[in-house]
Design a protein around this ligand. Structure first.
Ligand code: HEM
Length: 538
């Protein structure tokens, strides 16, 4: 394409113009006026009232008063690092035209933010929780965000359930307890009523949910995405990060003790490793599925509660990421970075996964709340290295200064006019998937099986791993006050494995129900109706 290349330092060089080192400089006001005394406010007499004309006092206090912005509604607690990504070779070229994945000469700068999901910004690092693993690639063709987790599947299949999930997992609305743990009635009530959560729940009860280090943690794009090559041909793809140090976990006892002794355990580990030059490295790999195989499996590729077993589609390693620099400023970088699964570059597109489709709305929406302006993309950490030219104009905190008369399209002034990029000059063209259907609020029958992959997961565990899952279930469900919730959950586990259900039940004072109280969420009743309708209409 016509875009110029980036290198490992491109983002760092761009950030340099925004850095401000105070060392040995005179302290000034925001207007650049030098300050000669910052320890006392201006008063009328040394014991008198403070004067409103004290511009230095007012400015200093105003800044503190306005320092907080809304924390992320989920993934509030995070730690981040800079680095680069480089593909091993050009082998993906037949599947994608994304340059950062196919040009082995190009080192693309990245910024990665690891996070917990549930806890607030000041919560502990070592709680049992999913971990976020979000990567912003500052590619020569624009920013690409891989906004993933350390678990390859998700709790729910349709984004419309996300607000319910988040309300259920967050602390109770009356007491705001408990913080940052799933050990409470609301979460397990919801989970037990939503059997589609079962597969992910087993991962969350496993040692995967208490990683030893962000440096020793997998990352998964979760959804099936789509690669698109030069010829416009699509290939389904799952994207995975593997840590070169291997994936390691704490044990629960360690996690709990660390939660008390060092709430910054994971953050400190990442920071100190990078300071020492012990750079975390992650290998990117892909699972590729040709379009013609879309319906080949006994699960739906669009269902985010399912993974593609590696026995069916092997992982192919494609490149490596190195994290080699800590942020200069937590707020400016780690807090203000804004990831979005809809930040795509040519060669990568989305699929109709109904969870992913909903995410495409949610991230920008929430960031408009978090930053109170659509201009957050101009904040240094979010700014692409690729040039930005458009007619987006005013708004809070606009940083760049648009030149020229025309800020509309089309125009004939020739002044301030960007042009359209043809596809071979890097213009993004959405994949031309054929889509048609009746407008129905329903879920595909192909999303119906909630247990087979949960069983696969349970059966793949060693006895030690199984023991940890059972003990985690005893801890979490043991804190659930209502017996009917504990029993219903065990009923769902019984559909995964009789052994699992019996072992969990034995520790939480319930028996294994023979007839499960809840067959499914009712979505499938809608489905039966919609299937009938489809048949009627076709
Ligand atoms: C953060 C929504 C599912 C990974 C967020 C945020 C929202 C959100 C609102 C806060 C973003 C911000 O304030 O900048 C949703 C919705 C989902 C969903 C609506 C499903 C319908 C997922 C899934 C994954 C994921 C399946 C993993 C594949 C993340 C990560 C972050 C995040 C890693 C933190 C990004 C950061 O470090 O700033 N999500 N999410 N989310 N989400 Fe999701």
């Amino acid at each position: 394409t016509g875009s110029s290349s980036v290198n490992e330092n491109s983002k760092n060089e761009q950030l340099e113009q925004f850095r401000n080192d105070n060392t040995d400089q005179y302290m000034t006001t925001d207007q650049g006026v030098r300050i000669n005394h910052t320890d006392d406010s201006l008063k009328s007499g040394s014991r008198g009232p403070t004067l409103i004309e004290d511009f230095h006092f007012r400015e200093k206090m105003t800044h503190l008063d306005h320092e907080s912005i809304p924390e992320r509604v989920v993934h509030a607690r995070g730690s981040a690092a800079h680095g680069y990504f480089q593909p091993y070779n050009d082998s993906l070229k037949q599947y994608t035209k994304a340059r950062f994945l196919t040009d082995p000469e190009e080192r693309t700068p990245v910024f990665v933010r690891f996070s917990t999901v549930v806890g607030s910004r000041g919560s502990a690092d070592t709680v049992r929780d999913v971990r976020g693993f979000a990567t912003k690639f500052y590619t020569s063709e624009g920013n690409y965000d891989l906004v993933g987790n350390n678990i390859p599947v998700f709790f729910i299949q349709d984004a419309i359930k996300f607000p319910d999930l988040v309300h259920a997992i967050k602390p109770h609305p009356d007491s705001e307890m408990p913080q940052a743990t799933a050990a409470h009635d609301n979460f397990w009530d919801f989970a037990s009523l939503m059997p589609e959560t079962t597969h992910m729940l087993l991962w969350v009860l496993s040692d995967r949910a208490i990683p030893r280090s962000f440096r020793m943690m997998d990352g998964f794009g979760v959804h099936t995405f789509r690669f698109v090559n030069e010829a416009g041909q699509g290939t389904f793809v799952k994207l995975h990060w593997r840590p070169l140090l291997g994936a390691h976990s704490l044990v629960w006892d360690e996690a709990q003790k660390l939660g008390g002794k060092d709430t910054d355990w994971l953050r400190r580990d990442l920071w100190e490793a990078i300071e020492k030059g012990d750079y975390p490295e992650f290998e990117l790999s892909v699972q590729l599925v040709p379009e013609e195989d879309e319906f080949k499996y006994d699960f739906d590729l669009l269902d985010a509660t399912k993974l593609i077993p590696e026995e069916i589609v092997p992982r192919v390693p494609v490149g490596k990421m190195v994290l080699n620099r800590n942020p200069d400023n937590f707020f400016a970088e780690t807090e203000q970075v804004a990831f979005h699964p809809g930040n795509l570059v040519p060669g990568i597109d989305v699929t109709n996964d109904p969870l992913l489709q909903g995410r495409l709305f949610s991230y920008l929406d929430t960031q408009l709340n978090r930053f109170n302006s659509s201009n957050f993309t101009e904040v240094p950490i979010n700014r692409p290295v690729a040039p930005v030219h458009n007619h987006h104009g005013a708004g809070f905190m606009k940083m760049t200064i648009g030149k020229g008369k025309a800020n509309y399209w089309p125009n004939s002034t020739g002044d301030g006019n960007p042009k359209m990029a043809p596809e071979d000059e890097g213009g993004y063209v959405h994949y031309t998937e054929k889509v048609e259907g009746h407008k129905i609020r329903a879920r595909s029958a192909s999303f119906r099986d909630h247990y087979s992959q949960a069983t696969l997961f349970w059966n793949s565990m060693t006895e030690v791993e199984k023991k940890h899952i059972v003990e985690a279930a005893h801890f979490e469900l043991g804190k659930v006050e209502r017996e009917d919730i504990r029993r219903r959950m065990v009923g769902n586990f019984a559909k995964v494995s009789k052994e699992l259900a019996e072992r969990v039940a034995a520790g939480i004072g319930v028996d294994v129900p023979t007839d499960s109280d809840i067959e499914s969420t009712g979505n499938f009743e809608d489905n039966a109706a919609s299937e009938k309708m489809r048949k009627g209409n076709s």
